[in-house]
Design a protein around this ligand. Sequence first.
Ligand SMILES: Nc1ncnc2c1ncn2[C@@H]1O[C@H](COP(=O)(O)OP(=O)(O)OP(=O)(O)O)[C@@H](O)[C@H]1O
Length: 296
Amino acid sequence: MTSPAAVPAIRARGLRKTFRSTDGSSVVAVDDVDLTIEPGEIVAFLGPNGAGKTTTVDMLLGLTRPDAGTVEVYGDSPRRAVEAGRISAVMQTGGLLPDFTVRETVVAIAALHGRPDRVDAVLERADLTALAGRRVQACSGGEQQRLKFALALVPDPDLIVLDEPTTGMDVASRQAFWAAMRADAAEGRTVVFATHYLAEADEFAARTVLMAHGRIVHDAATADVRAAYGGRTLTFRPPPDVVHTDGIDPAWLASVGRALAPLGVGDVEVSMASLESAFLALTADDGVLEAAGGHR
Ligand SMILES: Nc1ncnc2c1ncn2[C@@H]1O[C@H](COP(=O)(O)OP(=O)(O)OP(=O)(O)O)[C@@H](O)[C@H]1O
């Protein structure tokens, strides 16, 4: 994991990608993206569904050819960087063989890379040593993601790219996954990951690239992005008798709005639950009402 300081890990200029649907319409998935990532950075790509995160990541990896623009990975083409083992990825899709054990899977990929010496180290790093003898089909979704992470580490890449690596995991699995990632990044590997969750960017990335409609709309220190877009949220618990399975009693909500208006509070609303708040609400005794202030 060494690289001359002057050469960026990623240098993308004017990246653009349009997809055409069968009905003849077209979608601009990525629209004039410029991005430079220096060695050792940990960068989150944050954005809602369809923002263009996966398409951008695919172009960085050489899996999708841009319609316009250029990508260099350590000064080279993405394809050559992949072949040289300098960049490696944990993707959303991508099969694991269900009948192989965890260890057999790692051994097979290590053999392909000519790196049988890496098997034990990557199992350890992905916290899979205790599961090495388990068949892939018996592993949970979180454990399978950690196995993909282990496979991506086999060539000891300078840069690892993860596309929504914790999608579908429960809270405990996500924490285990990020603990493994954090231990790895502490040794200086460059990490770029796409996520829906502000909390994941917040906890893990020093820098956040916020994407919407194919464009980078903000690129700054994660704390600055949070301050600019997160606003402040005041959370409180409504009395149990106004919380019904289909939502909070609208008359009660209206009365909260009227009571708070003289204090200068506006935009009282019940927001859609994030994974975190849903988890908290489900594990609390009764519902949680979030009154959102500031812009989002
Ligand atoms: N192969 C494709 N054919 C047609 N449209 C596509 C294709 N791939 C992506 N798109 C469209 O391009 C846009 C960007 O998609 P992309 O998957 O890059 O977004 P994303 O930010 O990764 O979203 P998600 O969080 O849902 O994975 C979306 O409107 C998507 O429907």
